[in-house]
Write a protein of this length. Structure first.
Length: 305
């Protein structure tokens, strides 16, 4: 990726600084906080990550936040944050369109960040593509993004959630493995746990997997990466792992599903839950209704203090 030139960077910082100080949108709301726009809508931003210059992300701000109560230049009641990770060979814009999280954000009042992977991939551990080969620090990038938004007071640090599809789902697992103190819950759609994992504390999870997925097979199999012929583990292995970390019963109770063809069961205790939705006949896609179910699940599972 291209490095940021020093002069444009200085100019950009100066402009951002000027915008933050004098410009206010009414009700105590600044136009930007830490260089991040506060107006309702979707904004494209850059984040300096050092070695590779910058990474990009989209941030969707709902009207309920921008038009709500502000105190000392911050939301009086910081909203939840959903970080949505695209699949391999996709983009942040494609993830925005795929999930429909923007509409749910506007209805329910949470922020959504759509980061862009490295050359359309994420380093989820043993997968995938250029991000894995280059040993890109995607955990560091996503952690910095979360810190940027929570540190500015734009998001509640106890209600940070990561949702991902395919390669992005594997990255969501990795974030829960390596940054469990930052993540309240993850949402996994058609992904696999392909990283060494020792989180040290439980993380809630809702996992969707289609029985007819040929890219990341439900029962395991396929090929992890272009240079790695090892099979993907079955979806059930990740379910068992996270329930084991939380000390939950291996089998859950049936819960209502709004995804067509889905059979969902959840095991929970002490504010932590792991839900597993088997989508009968489901292929390698984000199923309609999954975003609403994930939003409901996230809202019910803030991070324990």
């Amino acid at each position: 990726m291209r490095r940021i030139l020093l002069v444009p960077a200085v100019i950009a910082l100066a402009v951002a600084g000027c915008a933050d100080a004098p410009r206010h949108a009414g009700g105590g709301r600044p136009a930007t906080v830490g260089g991040v726009p506060t107006a309702a809508g979707t904004h494209k931003r850059k984040l300096d990550v050092g070695t590779f210059g910058h990474r990009e992300f989209l941030l969707h701000v709902p009207a309920k936040v921008s038009g709500g109560r502000w105190k000392d230049g911050r939301p009086a009641d910081p909203p939840a944050l959903v970080v949505a990770l695209h699949g391999g060979l996709a983009t942040m814009g494609r993830m925005e369109g795929l999930t429909g999280f923007d509409r749910l954000s506007d209805e329910r009042g949470f922020l959504v960040a759509y980061p862009d992977g490295f050359m359309t991939t994420w380093n989820a551990g043993d997968c995938c593509g250029p991000a894995k080969v280059g040993n890109i620090d995607d955990v560091g990038f996503l952690s910095k993004l979360i810190d940027r938004l929570t540190g500015a007071g734009l998001a509640d640090p106890r209600r940070v959630y990561v949702a991902g599809f395919s390669n992005g789902a594997g990255m969501a697992y990795r974030m829960a493995c390596e940054r469990p103190g930052k993540i309240a819950a993850i949402g996994v759609v058609e992904g696999a746990l392909v990283t060494r994992c020792d989180p040290g504390r439980p993380v809630s999870a809702m996992i969707f997997h289609g029985t007819a997925d040929r890219s990341v097979p439900y029962h395991g199999g396929g090929r992890r990466d272009f240079d790695d012929g090892r099979p993907f583990p079955p979806a059930s292995r990740a379910v068992a792992f996270w329930r084991g970390v939380a000390g939950l019963p291996a089998r859950g109770e049936r819960i209502k599903a709004s995804v067509s063809g889905a059979r969902c069961e959840s095991s929970g205790r002490g504010g932590v839950a792991v839900a597993f939705c088997t989508v009968d006949g489901g292929t390698h896609r984000w199923p309609p209704g999954a975003s609403a179910m994930l939003s409901d699940f996230f809202a019910a599972h803030p991070r324990a203090r």
